[in-house]
Design a protein around this ligand. Sequence first.
Ligand SMILES: [Zn+2]
Length: 132
Amino acid sequence: MRISNREFLYLLVIKGVNDKGSGATIFGVAKALGVSTASAYEEINHLIRKGLAEKRGDGIYITEEGIREMNSLIRAHRVIETLLVKAGIDPDKACELAKMFDETLPEEVVEKLYEYLGRPSKCPHGREIPST
Ligand SMILES: [Zn+2]
């Protein structure tokens, strides 16, 4: 089961802070996402229970598993986008539509589409399709 786009956004914010060398805080994440601290607290605890994030000395950090799950969602999203654009749908619309499937399309279907498309290295927006 892939992570949701909401989980992805939280992980993206946490990873962004971690990449700058420190742990994320509930307050900081809430502010970055424009949600209440209560919502951020709840969602971050959910991510910790799923093993996608963890508490360490100075705050919250994304785990290896969290990074892997982020890549899996990006891969699914970009493969679907590539397919839709190939079918004649405009890239921005394709991005919007891909969000309807990228969370739920099974891994093996994503891989079949990837092969079908001739193993593309980039999505229609020129962004890299991460490997599994
Ligand atoms: Zn997109």
